[in-house]
Structures are given as C-alpha cells and as structure tokens.
Ligand binder design. Structure first.
Ligand SMILES: *[C@@H]1O[C@H](CO)[C@@H](O)[C@H](O)[C@H]1NC(C)=O
Ligand SMILES: *[C@@H]1O[C@H](CO)[C@@H](O)[C@H](O)[C@H]1NC(C)=O
Length: 464
C-alpha cells in the first residue's frame, strides 16, 4: 500500500514537472512537492471540524476527492453540524458521516498536506483577468491575515504560517502573464509566509485534478477568507482605514515608488484597452480639458491593459489626482490613489446586479482618504448595444440577472453625458482642491446615484 502511494506521488511529480512551466513551478518541482504520504499521519486523523467567524472559516482535516471537498463527520452522533458545508461562493462541501475517521483513512489511498493551506475561490473564474473580482477574493485574505484572530483558531502545534495556497477553481495557465494578480496575491499574504519566500507553493485546479480519481487528499488546516458574498454585512474592500492605507503603502514599496503626500494636479482619463468602451470618448476628453484649463489641472488619457505589471498601475495612480473612468475592473487600481485624490466613476445603464455598482466605491471608501463620486447612465439613451442586443435596452435591472443580459450590458458602448459629468467636476473639485478641514472625504461625500425606476413596460414578451 505504501509503495503504491509513493509511486502515485512520483508519477504526479513527473506530470507536474512536464506541465508546470511557469513562474512558480520551477521552485516547486521537488519530489512529492505538495503533499506527503498519509503514512503515520493516519493514526492522528480526527473528524473534520470548522471554526467560523464573520471574517473566515478554518477547517481542520479537510478532504479533496474527485473534484469535491469533503468533511468527515461523526456518524454515531449525527453531528454533521461540526463542519460548515457552505464553503465559499462557488463551492459546497459534502459532509461524509463515518463511524471512525482513523479507520476510514486506513481504507483509502491518500496524501496529506501538512500545515495551513489558504484556499481561494475566485468568485467568477471565467473572468481571470478581471481585477475587480480578484480584489473581491484577495482583499478579504489580506484583511484576515493582517489580524490575529485566525491564529487563535489554529490547532495546537500548527504554526501561523501559510504552507500552501490553493486556487481551487483557477487553472495555472489562466494566470500566466497576469503579473498584477500575482503581485496583489503576494501583498495579501505578506507576513504570513516563511521567509525568504514571497509566496508558499501555489496549487491550482490543475494540481488537484491531477490527483488520481480514487485517491484522497487531506489538508491538515484550511483557511477560507469570507468575501463579500459570504459576509452577512456584504462588506467589500479593507477591514479598516489603517489596513487599507498599509496595503497601499506596501504596494508603493513593491513598486519602488514613494507614496505622494498629496494628490497631484492631474486628471487621468482611464480607458480599458479592449472593453468598457465610452463611445464618445473624444467629447468626454474635451470636456475634461476644459475643466483642467479652468481649474489648473493637467489632463492625461491612459489606456490600461490587464497584462501590465502592478508597478505600472501604481506609477499611473501616483500621478493621478482625479481619476475619471467608466465602471470596470481597472478601477480596482483606485486602491493605489494618493490621499486626497478623487474618483469620478461613470456607471453604465442598468448596471446594478447584486449591488455591483458599488464594488469600487466600497473599496475606496475603506481607505477613507479618497473621494469617490459617480454619474449614472439613467436611460438606454446612453447605451450603444451590439447588433441584435438592443432588445435588452428595456429590461429592468431586476430582470437583467442572467449572464447573457449582464454580458450584453458590459459589452455595450456607453455614451457619457459629457456636459453633466463636467458640471459634476465643477461642483466637487473646487472644495477638494481648496483642501483644509472642510475637504475631508466624509464632509464632501454625496449619495450614490440610484438606478431610476423604469417607466412603462419591459422588453419581456408578456409586457409587449
Ligand atoms: C501524532 O500525534 C502525536 C501526539 O500529539 C504527536 O506526538 C505526533 O508527532 C503526531 N504524528 C504525526 C505524524 O503528526
Ligand atoms: C458595498 O458595501 C455595502 C455596505 O457594506 C454592502 O451592503 C454591499 O453589499 C457592498 N457592495 C459591493 C458591491 O461591494
């Protein structure tokens, strides 16, 4: 039995060695690099348990088998309640009642991952280059690891250090070239890693999936940070202003740049390179130039691609005092704006599924020193739908909850109401630029623009 397990391990190592051609794999391809033989650990196996707070869940003896997580629960006491089955946004854990956890383990082919594994469920894995969704997944990790609570929940004798990161629903190749995600992951776990490493071994779905179908993989301790979908208060962003600002400072050090003490007098008009179009971008730019001329601000267009290194976004934010952008994943970089900067976000028509319009204002709000205002496209007049997609124009935000409808709205061009946006800037910028005690974020905050109630019928067939 032991020999069989060993050969499975080395076969797996071989596969990983062949397929794992990327930035981290080279450092990891030691024999049996991500798990040990269950061997003598088997005698210490206990039922699975979990401890939860609003911020995280810590599992003890978490099992992976055939593409699912399992918890071994005590069949004799019927206590499946000892392990939380609601694992994360995309994942359910199956409770597996058994009479004796140790006996169960003697009957299976298994590997063991000792120490603490951080398990990350990317909420929308089909959008691997979406910084917004990565921020939703990684900032909760940062919040948890920067506080002491999780360490107290660890079983006796387990060090409060991450021995592995498991990106359970992401494939290695999906993150290749996405330096931003790797860098933000490093910032999120810094301080909980064995020096001199910046990251512990990172496992992807590829690794888990390569474990043979009849084998089990046990994680001694698994830590799951609660994201905004799991929290009862829906909170996104940083747990406190202090943590948010510390994260920003760490990003500047990682980029080798000083954090500006005050916001520079520059308007940056941000556009994503291949999506989230503002169709009248030139008109909007002209309106910004006009604002710049009157308020003594430089104006700069910036076209961002998701494949630039973190340092490049940080450098751009360092030179930005006013960030004007359509709502989109690039706005996750607003977390790197200097104190006193202003975000003016342009919200597309009908963009409100699960409160999504607030994703980025919730982020900047937790920094406490970045102003954030928005203009919202209140009617389909401000949207340019693709061919054959105009039928969605009359749907209400409630009706627009299918992936297709959301994708159509995300794809649709936006016509920015340049005059109204300009007016907004003329109202909010002078007091910010004047500074002083009256210019705090709280003092100048405005209510978030709500979605206007649609009038008349909808595009649905029963309304026609
Ligand atoms: C099993 O538990 C005992 C007692 O706590 C401990 O001394 C021993 O190191 C453990 N063995 C393994 C392989 O973890
Ligand atoms: C924004 O924050 C509020 C209050 O914390 C929360 O209810 C809401 O779910 C959050 N929305 C997003 C998109 O983060």
């Amino acid at each position: 039995m032991l020999a069989l397990r060993r050969s499975t391990a080395s076969f797996l190592t071989l596969i990983l060695w062949i397929t794992g051609l990327n930035e981290v794999a080279a450092a990891l391809s030691a024999p049996g690099w991500f798990y040990e033989d269950l061997g003598e650990h088997a005698q210490n196996i206990t039922f699975s348990t979990s401890t939860s707070t609003e911020d995280y869940t810590l599992y003890r003896a978490l099992w992976w088998h055939s593409s699912r997580f399992y918890g071994l629960t005590d069949a004799t006491s019927g206590a499946s309640g000892t392990v939380k089955t609601d694992f994360s946004y995309n994942i359910e854990l199956t409770a597996l009642p058994t009479r004796d956890a140790r006996e169960f383990c003697h009957n299976i082919k298994a590997g063991w991952v000792p120490g603490v594994s951080l398990v990350i469920d990317m909420p929308f894995p089909s959008y691997p280059d979406n910084f917004g969704h990565w921020a939703e997944a990684l900032l909760p990790v940062y919040n948890v690891l920067s506080q002491e609570g999780w360490k107290q929940s660890l079983p006796h004798g387990v060090e409060p250090v991450l021995d592995a990161i498991v990106l359970v629903n992401t494939q290695r190749e999906q993150l290749s070239g996405l330096a931003w995600v790797w860098e933000v992951l490093k910032l999120a776990v810094a301080g909980s890693v064995r020096p001199p490493r910046q990251l512990p071994p990172v496992l992807f779905y590829d690794e888990l999936n390569a474990v043979s179908g009849d084998a089990w993989l046990g994680f001694q301790v698994a830590l799951v940070a609660a994201d905004r979908y799991a929290r009862s208060d829906g909170r996104g962003g940083f747990a406190s202003e202090e943590l948010g600002r510390r994260f920003r400072t760490a990003a500047y050090s990682a980029a080798g740049l000083p954090l500006p003490a005050t916001a520079p007098r520059t308007i940056t008009l941000l556009t994503a390179v291949d999506a989230e179009e503002v169709t009248n971008g030139e008109e909007l730019a002209a309106a910004m130039v006009d604002v710049g001329a009157n308020l003594d601000l430089a104006v700069r267009p910036y076209t961002a691609t998701p494949r630039a290194p973190l340092a490049s976004y940080v450098a751009t934010m360092a030179r930005t005092g006013v960030l004007v952008s359509r709502h989109g994943p690039m706005l996750a970089n607003a977390a790197f704006l200097p104190p006193g900067a202003v975000v003016v976000e342009l919200l597309p028509y009908n963009w409100e599924w699960q409160g999504i319009s607030r994703a980025y204002v919730n982020l900047t709000r937790t920094l406490g020193d970045v102003h954030h205002f928005a203009w919202r496209a209140g009617s389909p007049r401000w949207a340019v739908f693709g061919e054959g997609e105009e039928r969605y124009a009359t749907w209400t935000a409630q009706e627009c909850s299918s992936r297709e409808c959301l994708d159509v709205n995300a794809r649709a061009g936006m016509i920015a109401d340049a005059a109204t946006i300009q007016e907004l800037l003329y109202e909010v910028l002078p007091p910010v630029l004047k500074g002083g005690p009256g210019a705090s974020v709280a003092a100048l905050a405005r209510p978030w623009p709500t979605l206007e109630k649609p009038s008349g019928g909808t595009g649905l067939w029963w309304d026609k």
